[in-house]
Design a protein around this ligand. Structure first.
Ligand SMILES: O=P(O)(O)OC[C@H]1O[C@H](OP(=O)(O)OP(=O)(O)O)[C@H](O)[C@@H]1O
Ligand SMILES: Nc1ncnc2[nH]cnc12
Length: 179
């Protein structure tokens, strides 16, 4: 499937959650099985050349992609969640994003120690969320080596910030603010 056809399956909501934000809503892509499969196949194709042994999914839409990838790759899946959602002992990191600040957490789990990690989310904007996840991963004795998402908001510095931190970045679709 062509990238333009995948892009057309993503809905834009202007002025949500704040004025000035064009929210890229992937729920319509998830409702389109051909587009969803195409995204997963593209990420899986890229992942063949990457070396990682665990998948970390980011709350909330990243979970949907990360679960499918972990299944396809036969790898463990670890969740990075928004603050206050995880039941066991957690570690947390604060970060800034396009519209505010937030905190992510993950379980203080030994499964990740010593591993090379692929982080998966739906969208890359400032990179704040992914870098906070990478800090959690480092604190657990592992290394974030790869990052995959559906969308890159290309005018924001996420790709550069992740690359500078030594993380390989793959995204399927670019969006400019004007689109
Ligand atoms: O690159 P960044 O600037 O960090 O932005 C990307 C993050 O923003 C969105 O989630 P959001 O924080 O809106 O949370 P949600 O999953 O609760 O909608 C998106 O799903 C990414 O996780
Ligand atoms: N414009 C946007 N659309 C969807 N998720 C986002 N996260 C940060 N910016 C976003």
């Amino acid at each position: 499937m062509k990238a333009e056809r995948i892009k057309a399956s993503i809905r834009t909501i202007r002025g949500w959650p704040h004025e000035g934000i064009n929210f890229r809503d992937v729920t319509t892509l998830f409702e389109d099985p051909a587009a969803f499969r195409s995204v997963l196949n593209r990420i899986a194709g890229w992942a063949e050349e990457e070396e990682f042994d665990i998948v970390v999914g980011i709350d909330a839409r990243g979970f949907i992609l990360a679960g499918a990838l972990a299944y396809q790759q036969h790898l463990p899946l670890v969740l990075v969640r928004k603050k206050g959602k995880l039941p066991f002992t957690t570690i947390s990191e604060d970060y800034e994003l396009e519209y505010g600040s937030a905190t992510v957490e993950t379980h203080d789990s030994p499964i990740i120690e010593g591993k090379r990690v692929l982080i998966v989310d739906d969208l890359l904007a400032t990179g704040g969320t992914a870098l906070a996840a990478a800090r959690l991963i480092r604190r657990l004795g592992a290394r974030a080596v790869s990052f995959a998402a559906i969308i890159d908001l290309v005018e924001l510095p996420g790709r550069e910030a992740l690359t500078k931190s030594g993380i390989d970045v793959y995204t399927v679709i670019d969006f400019t603010e004007a689109e």
